[in-house]
Design a protein. Structure first.
Length: 159
């Protein structure tokens, strides 16, 4: 089974830089020390790079694209992106910048939670993802930070 890691698409980032998914303007700042986790390209900000902190509704965006209602699972949370649109992710597979422990939340094609998997630091993410996607009802997996619950990126079956 081939899986595809997906950062937030550059077209979506452009709209979020105008008005985020909570209806607000993003907060733009210089990341003096670097390290902000960028959801637009799945890297970390370099020292001195301008980033935008904004609200993002990952399941709402996926549901709109697939024509389902996210219902009560629709949530909005904080993310960082480049302050100016970038080209998006340049690597395939699990991003090198994402080595910390993660929580993977699986959703069905109807937009309901189908389960989850904790990924400890150093564990092979491919094994956990394949286990989640062995369930034919799983349509998308959201990878999240354990500490804050923030959305990192999504994984889908490759078409």
């Amino acid at each position: 089974m081939e899986l595809k890691v997906r950062a937030i698409h550059p077209d979506v980032v452009r709209t979020l830089l105008e008005t985020d998914d909570a209806g607000r303007r993003p907060v733009v700042k210089v990341d003096e020390e670097g390290g902000s986790p960028l959801r637009c390209c799945l890297t970390k900000a370099r020292p001195g790079e301008r980033v935008a902190l904004l609200s993002y509704a990952p399941l709402r965006r996926w549901a709109a694209e697939t024509g389902v209602d996210p219902g009560a699972y629709d949530e909005v949370g904080p993310i960082f992106v480049h302050a100016e649109p970038c080209e998006g992710t340049r690597e395939a597979g699990w991003p090198a910048a994402h080595t910390a422990h993660r929580m993977m939340r699986a959703y069905t094609a109807q937009g309901t939670i189908a389960g989850g998997e904790y990924l400890a630091k150093g564990e092979d993410p491919e094994v956990a993802l394949k286990e989640l996607f062995e369930d034919p009802g799983v349509a998308v997996v959201h990878v999240r930070a354990v500490e804050f619950g923030c959305f990192q990126f999504e994984v889908r079956r490759a078409n």
